[in-house]
Design a protein around this ligand. Structure first.
Ligand SMILES: [Cu+2]
Length: 143
């Protein structure tokens, strides 16, 4: 009983109903190749996303963040936690594997900056040589 009470307190200390998500950085995802999994995530302001270096050689860098939100850049092979502070669309890539379209999208609340996000997604897609269209598929899930 004591244990249960303690873990409840821990959950609430992070903010009322704040959710925690994990995005794995993988060498071979479900559709093959290097991916973030899940590559598309729908969350709310105050939630936290932790990027987990399941396989080696990956990290994460933001390409688009909502207005007012901080850009982010993690270190290779290190776990990285991101608190989602602003509503909008976050677009990110794994810098060494951009050509393979190792990229992802997080939608937080309403997609306030969808135009910017779409422009950047088009740029990223243009430069990829493998898994073309993957980031477009994630963008299609933004509503
Ligand atoms: Cu990578």
């Amino acid at each position: 009983m004591k244990k249960l009470l303690f873990s409840t307190l821990l959950i609430f200390s992070g903010g009322l109903f704040a959710a925690e998500y994990e995005v794995k950085m993988l060498d071979n995802g479900k559709d093959g190749g290097m991916v973030f999994e899940p590559g598309f995530l729908k969350a709310e302001v105050g939630d936290t996303v932790t990027f987990v270096p399941t396989h080696k050689g990956h990290w994460v860098q933001s390409k688009v963040v909502p207005e007012g939100a901080e850009k982010f850049l993690s270190k290779e092979d290190e776990k990285f936690s991101l608190t989602l502070t602003h509503e909008g669309v976050y677009v990110y890539v794994c810098p060494p594997h951009r050509m393979m379209n190792m990229s992802g999208i997080i939608q937080v609340g309403q997609p306030t900056n969808l135009d910017n996000a779409t422009k950047e997604v088009e740029k990223i897609e243009k430069r990829t040589t493998e898994h073309k269209g993957r980031l477009f598929e994630y963008l299609d899930q933004v509503k």
